[in-house]
Write a protein that binds this ligand. Structure first.
Ligand SMILES: *[C@@H]1O[C@H](CO)[C@@H](O)[C@H](O)[C@H]1NC(C)=O
Ligand SMILES: *[C@@H]1O[C@H](CO)[C@@H](O)[C@H](O)[C@H]1NC(C)=O
Ligand SMILES: *[C@@H]1O[C@H](CO)[C@@H](O)[C@H](O)[C@H]1NC(C)=O
Ligand SMILES: *[C@@H]1O[C@H](CO)[C@@H](O)[C@H](O)[C@H]1NC(C)=O
Ligand SMILES: *[C@@H]1O[C@H](CO)[C@@H](O)[C@H](O)[C@H]1NC(C)=O
Ligand SMILES: *[C@@H]1O[C@H](CO)[C@@H](O)[C@H](O)[C@H]1NC(C)=O
Length: 658
């Protein structure tokens, strides 16, 4: 064990020698706290640069609270760096992180300059310390961070020695760690081959009336040609950000509007139909920074083919008192970065999921309501076979944005081929509807003509007393995903499913409904005379929920397939029947656990070590605690004793680099 510690120290020293790291990502959590990271599976290297000479803390939480958070805490004092893996106990009264029995973070560098404290460290994405560490996965991560101008006296690690933890802790932030697009590239794109154009609102007045949607059109200059390499949202004024739910930019083909005069236009949203703009060029949802294309892919722009771009924004209605005081005139929109240097692949966008209309129902009062939208093979087969350069080999998905509103808790975009479910295109078990970032898929995922795509959303409606309907407004819900793929095809730009009216009524136990307002129920007898609206308001969801879910998930559906130029087909289909569900391979921690259980049966500690180093390739002194077998505990106690005495000897400090 002592050897392990020595190894650790050596490791740190060698790591210090290679000082420069090319970071994948850089995010300012606030004006004083910069976070940088680089993923090298199975490890992640993180650096925090914080404007303080006191202590700093950084970590992750599983819930929306700090309690139970996995933290590292460190500070630099007199050229010694103090650094520990800690956690915030579930029943903490002031949020002070306390030491973990298992130290799973490895310090690589600690230093101070005249303004900042800098800590660099490494950990496994999954440390397998299931009790005190949070695994870093493809899910949205909830980041906890803290800093303070003081540090503990004499390097004390005692409980209660961190000055003012409550004050030091900052609000939790959502962040993608593993599939975040490299937005940093956009900042560097100021070379001469890049030009930008904005598609923006023209001073739309936000009021407290029910205006929730506004539109605007941009005409490109003549002879504009190139590839969009990135886009990002613009908020003007900044406060508009609070009220914008979605932005969608559509491309309008010239052949559908040869003599359209943009100057006479009043930016009416009805024009989108007139101009037949259905090809999606960009989408934005809350919390997103936009999208950055990989180096060989771009969205094609050619003013000879499409010169008009149509922006649609969905607003959340501000409260009356707010709107009356602040007459916000909105010019928000999307900024496109376009290169004149041609890229290899043309990208396209495809929106899939549940048709955002009132037939999407979420009953109130349940902790989990599942809704599934389908883009079935019947709808996409032809379109994906015609991909210009694809030669019938389908599309390659390189990015994805998954969207729900506030009730959404998890979402999955599944892929089914001939009844077998493949690895999901993406999923998030920790969805935050205020942070719907695009994900960059480092390895393109191929979708073949005839594959079934599914968007599965799980909502929590427990606090609701009224039912929720589908739609883009804030109090409605959606279940959608936008796929970014190549090569571009124009036959399918959105692909949504909805229940057939007959089955929709059946799921609500209605046999016959009068077909004109106010939609009175005729059969069955027990509901006769009630309107549909009254029925939904008074429906006994507690007893009827299972019937509702069963009918809505098994009855035939309509798949609404739209293409460029306003083409639209409605296809009769069935919900996708999965014969073989996808089973994820056991995680590294499950594998370790299994091997250890075998070893413990032999009560042989040597085997445990072997098992660990077999699984964890770079076996350092990371996870100590896998089980509570007595022998194990004895070793842990002994090790803790060694660590503690070392701490006393060296004040738990590790020689700093520089
Ligand atoms: C201290 O380091 C931080 C992070 O590397 C850097 O941003 C800052 O400019 C440095 N301050 C000085 C005075 O060099
Ligand atoms: C994240 O998803 C990618 C596929 O896009 C997969 O290759 C990778 O293993 C996942 N990472 C983790 C930690 O689950
Ligand atoms: C807004 O809509 C709500 C119901 O959706 C309605 O009660 C209210 O009168 C509307 N307000 C205006 C100003 O139209
Ligand atoms: C635009 O609106 C103004 C007044 O609101 C109206 O007079 C004009 O005819 C409209 N233009 C078009 C092209 O609809
Ligand atoms: C710890 O060991 C006891 C008895 O050996 C067992 O009953 C218990 O489930 C174990 N706890 C865990 C968390 O493994
Ligand atoms: C090790 O883990 C077990 C179960 O997770 C826990 O009961 C035990 O207290 C841990 N040991 C130490 C030293 O924390």
């Amino acid at each position: 064990m002592l050897k392990a510690l020595l190894l650790l120290l050596t490791l740190i020293v060698t790591q210090c020698l290679s000082n420069e790291i090319r970071w994948d990502h850089s995010v300012d959590l606030d004006e004083n706290f910069r976070l940088l990271w680089r993923v090298k599976e199975p490890d992640i290297i993180i650096e925090v640069q914080v404007r303080t000479h006191g202590y700093v803390g950084f970590g992750f939480t599983r819930s929306e609270y700090i309690y139970g958070a996995d933290m590292v805490v460190g500070w630099v004092d007199n050229k010694h760096t103090f650094f520990q893996d800690r956690h915030i106990p579930i029943h903490s009264n002031n949020g002070e992180p306390v030491l973990d029995p298992s130290q799973d973070y490895v310090l690589l560098l600690g230093r101070e300059n005249s303004t900042h404290t800098i800590l660099r460290f490494r950990r496994k994405l999954r440390t397998c310390d299931e009790k005190y560490d949070v695994a870093i996965t493809n899910d949205t991560m909830k980041v906890v961070y803290m800093y303070h101008s003081d540090e503990p006296k004499r390097g004390s690690l005692q409980h209660g020695s961190l000055p003012d933890p409550e004050l030091a802790l900052k609000p939790i932030k959502s962040l993608l760690f593993l599939q975040r697009p490299k937005f940093e590239k956009v900042a560097k794109q100021n070379d001469e081959n890049i030009e930008t154009f904005d598609v923006r609102m023209k001073n739309v007045l936000m009021t407290s009336s029910n205006v929730t949607k506004a539109c605007s059109v941009l005409r490109l200059k003549e002879n504009q040609r190139g590839h969009v390499v990135a886009y990002k949202p613009i908020f003007e004024p900044m406060i508009a950000r609070t009220y914008i739910m979605h932005m969608i930019v559509y491309e309008c083909r010239n052949k559908h509007h040869p003599n359209y005069n943009i100057d006479e236009d009043n930016a009416s949203c009805a024009n989108i139909q007139k101009l037949q703009c259905t090809t999606i060029t960009a989408t934005w949802s809350r919390g997103s920074q936009g999208f950055v294309y990989p180096d060989d892919v771009g969205y094609p722009i050619d003013s000879d083919i499409a010169s008009l771009y149509f922006l649609e924004i969905h607003y959340e209605v501000p409260t009356k008192s707010f709107a009356d005081h602040n007459r916000i005139s909105d010019s928000s929109g999307i900024k496109f970065f376009m290169t004149s240097v041609k890229r290899k692949h043309n990208a396209g966008l495809l929106s899939i999921g549940i048709q955002p209309v009132w037939t999407h129902i979420i009953p109130p009062g349940f902790r989990k309501v599942t809704s599934i939208g389908y883009c079935t093979g019947k709808c996409n087969k032809e379109a994906f076979s015609t991909t210009a350069a694809g030669g019938g080999s389908g599309i390659n998905v390189i990015g994805i944005q998954m969207q729900t509103h506030e009730m959404g808790k998890s979402i999955k975009v599944g892929l089914v081929r001939s009844g077998s479910e493949l690895h999901p295109i993406a999923q998030d078990h920790n969805l935050d509807s205020e942070y719907l970032e695009y994900r960059a898929l480092t390895k393109a995922i191929q979708v073949l003509p005839g594959d079934d795509l599914m968007v599965e959303c799980a909502y929590n409606s427990f606090d609701k007393t009224k039912l929720t309907l589908g739609g883009y407004e804030a109090q409605q819900e959606i279940c959608q995903a936008t796929l970014v793929y190549y090569p571009k095809q124009d036959h399918l730009t959105s692909c949504y499913s909805k229940p057939k009216t007959k089955n929709f009524l059946k799921s609500l136990n209605i046999d016959k409904l009068r077909n004109s307002p106010p939609f009175a129920i005729e059969l069955p007898e027990k509901y006769a005379g009630k309107t549909l609206e009254e029925h939904l308001k008074t429906y006994d969801w507690k007893t009827e929920f299972d019937h509702f879910e069963q009918v809505s998930q098994t009855s035939p559906i309509d798949v609404v397939c739209s293409g460029s130029g306003g083409s639209r087909r409605i296809i009769d289909d069935d919900p996708v029947h999965i014969k073989q569900p996808f089973r994820p391979p056991p995680s590294i921690c499950e594998r370790i656990k299994n091997q250890i259980e075998e070893s413990i049966d032999d009560n042989n500690l040597g085997n445990i070590q072997q098992a660990r180093s077999k699984v964890l390739r770079s076996s350092d002194f990371s996870t100590l605690n896998f089980s509570n077998s007595s022998r194990r505990l004895r070793v842990i106690n002994w090790l803790l004793a060694v660590v503690t005495s070392l701490a006393i000897l060296r004040k738990f400090s590790i020689a700093t680099c520089h």
